[in-house]
Design a protein around this ligand. Structure first.
Ligand code: MLT
Ligand code: ZN
Length: 463
C-alpha cells in the first residue's frame, strides 16, 4: 500500500493500474509459468520517468518486473511476488529515422511489426521476424535477444542493435554505443544488456540497424523421407545458396495446423518431415539452381514431394504451415523445450533425442519443429485431454535432466532463443559453468546492487 501511494507521486492516474483484471493480465506472459500477483502496473512515458521509478524502488524498497508484449515462453515477464510491473506500452514511438546510417531510434515499447513496417516504407528491411511480431516489443526482443525465422541469414536481435539507452538497477542512465559501427573504447555494455532479461536494468530506447530489402522472397516446402534425409537435403541446399530461412516441422505439426487453422497440407504426398526453404529469387539462374537441387534431392530419394510459391500470397500461405504451429498447439497445453546444438551435431542430437523420447515419453504425443538452419529445435510434448495440467508438467519435467544432459554432452544450449526466465533457471548449469554463473551474478550485483530488477529470473534470488 505504501508503495502504491508513493508511485502516485511519479505516475498520474492514467499511468497506474491496480485493478484485479489488469494485475492478472500484466502479471503474466505466454508461459503462464507461475500465478500472476503483482502489486501495481505503471506505464512510464520517458527514460527519466523510468529512472525516477528505479530510484524510488531502491529507496522504498520494492521490486520491478519489465513488461513488453508479454509473448515470452520462459516466464521472464511473470510477476508473482507483489512486484511493480513496468509496462512500456506508452513508450511506443519511433523517434527518428536516419537514411544514411539506415537506423531507426525506437522507444522500448515499439512493436516489432511497427519497425518492420517503417523499414519497408523506407524501402529497407528489419529482418528479425517471428510469429509474435504483431505484439512483441523491441525492448523485450532485445532483453531476450530474440531469434525467430530469419536467423540463418540475418542473425539474432543482437546483430541489429546499434545503440541502447538503459536505466540500470541503481538508477543510472547509460547511453551505450551511440549507434556507432566502430567503437573500440573498452567494454561494450550494450552486449551485457542484450539477453539480460531485465535483470541488470531496463532498456528504454534502442537504435536499430536496418538493411536492404531482400528481392522476391520465394518459399519452397519439401516433404522429407526421414531424419537422415533432413540433413542431406539441408546440406545440399546450403552448399549451393544462401537461404533467408531454413525451417523444419513434422507431420503432426502440419496436421494440427490444419485442424486448428484450416491450412491445407502443402501437397497430397505424405511425409514425416517438412523443410521450408526461403530464398531470394533474384535471377533465373537462382531459380534454376534451386530446381536442380530439388531434382537432385528427389533423385536421391531424400525429398518425396515439393511445392514452390509463385507469388507473395502463396509464399505467405506456405509460411503459415510453420508460423501457425505455436498458436495451434497451445490448444493442447504443450510442455515446451527450446534446444540448440551446433548444426554439425544435429544428426547425433536427433538420433539420441529419438531414443530418449521413445524411452521416456511413450505415453505422450511428441511434436517437434524449429529453426534447423540454426541448430535450434523446439520439442513440444502435448498434454492428453484427460490429464491434469500439473500432473502432466510434473511428469514431463522428470525427463528434463536426461534431455539437458544430452544437450550438455553435445555442448549445446538448454535455451536457444526463449530465454532462461523462471522455467530454465534451475537447469542453467547444464549450459553455463559455475565460473560463468558466478561472473553473471557479479555483473548483476554491479548493475543492480539491491536486486530489485526482475528478481528470480535467470537466477534464484540470493538467499
Ligand atoms: C517458434 O519458433 O514458433 C517460436 O519459437 C515459438 C514456439 O516455439 O512455440
Ligand atoms: Zn522458435
Amino acid at each position: 500500500m505504501e508503495a502504491t501511494n508513493t508511485l502516485s507521486k511519479i505516475f498520474d492516474k492514467n499511468q497506474l493500474l491496480t485493478d484485479p483484471d489488469s494485475l492478472a493480465e500484466y502479471g503474466k506472459d505466454w508461459s503462464n509459468a507461475s500465478l500472476p500477483n503483482p502489486l501495481a502496473i505503471v506505464f512510464p512515458e520517458s527514460t527519466e520517468q523510468v529512472q525516477s521509478l528505479v530510484k524510488l524502488a531502491n529507496q522504498t524498497p520494492f521490486n520491478l518486473v519489465p513488461s513488453g508484449g508479454r509473448t515470452g515462453l520462459s516466464g521472464g515477464a511473470m510477476a508473482s511476488n507483489q512486484e511493480v510491473v513496468v509496462s512500456f506500452e506508452k513508450m511506443n514511438k519511433i523517434l527518428d529515422f536516419n537514411p544514411i546510417d539506415r537506423t531507426a531510434l525506437c522507444q522500448a515499447g515499439v512493436i516489432t511489426q511497427q519497425l518492420q513496417q517503417l523499414a519497408e516504407d523506407k524501402n529497407l528491411y528489419y529482418p528479425v521476424d517471428f510469429a509474435s511480431s504483431g505484439s512483441s516489443h523491441i525492448g523485450g526482443n532485445i532483453a531476450t535477444n530474440a531469434g525467430g525465422i530469419k536467423v540463418v541469414r540475418y542473425g539474432l536481435t543482437r546483430n541489429w542493435v546499434a545503440g541502447l539507452k538503459v536505466v540500470t538497477g541503481s538508477g543510472e542512465i547509460l547511453d551505450l554505443n551511440h549507434g556507432l559501427v566502430k567503437n573500440a573504447t573498452g567494454y561494450d555494455f550494450r552486449q551485457m544488456f542484450i539477453g539480460s532479461e531485465g535483470t541488470l536494468g531496463f532498456i528504454t530506447e534502442a537504435t536499430m540497424q536496418l538493411t536492404k530489402l531482400p528481392v522476391n522472397l520465394t518459399v519452397m516446402v519439401l516433404g522429407i523421407r526421414d531424419v537422415d534425409a533432413i540433413m542431406k537435403t539441408f546440406q545440399a541446399f546450403k552448399d549451393k545458396m544462401d537461404p533467408t530461412a531454413l525451417e523444419l516441422f513434422s507431420r503432426d505439426s502440419v496436421a494440427i495446423v490444419h485442424e486448428q487453422k484450416g491450412i491445407p497440407k502443402p501437397f497430397e504426398t505424405d511425409a514425416p518431415y517438412y523443410l521450408l526453404l526461403e530464398f531470394e529469387n533474384d535471377a533465373e539462374a537462382t531459380e534454376n539452381l534451386v530446381l536442380d537441387t530439388f531434382e537432385q534431392c528427389t533423385n536421391e530419394g531424400w525429398v518425396l514431394d515439393g511445392v514452390m510459391s509463385q507469388n507473395e500470397q502463396q509464399a505467405r500461405n506456405l509460411w503459415r504451415l510453420r508460423e501457425d504451429i505455436s498458436e495451434s498447439i497451445s490448444h493442447y497445453t504443450p510442455y515446451k523445450n527450446d534446444l540448440a546444438v551446433k548444426v554439425s551435431n544435429i544428426p547425433a542430437f536427433l538420433a539420441s533425442l529419438d531414443e530418449l523420447i521413445a524411452e521416456h515419453y511413450p505415453q505422450f504425443q511428441v511434436l517437434w519443429y524449429g529453426h534447423i538452419g540454426d541448430g535450434n529445435l523446439h520439442l513440444n510434448i502435448l498434454k492428453p485431454a484427460d490429464m491434469d495440467k500439473d500432473a502432466f508438467y510434473e511428469e514431463c519435467g522428470k525427463v528434463n535432466p536426461h534431455i539437458f544432459q544430452l544437450v550438455k554432452d553435445l555442448d549445446g544450449s538448454i535455451s536457444a532463443e526463449h530465454g532462461v526466465g523462471l522455467l530454465k533457471r534451475d537447469y542453467l548449469s547444464y549450459s553455463r559453468s559455475e565460473a560463468e554463473i558466478s561472473c553473471m551474478r557479479g555483473l548483476k550485483t554491479m548493475f543492480d546492487p539491491n536486486g530489485i530488477m526482475n528478481p528470480g529470473k535467470i537466477f534464484e534470488v540470493a538467499g
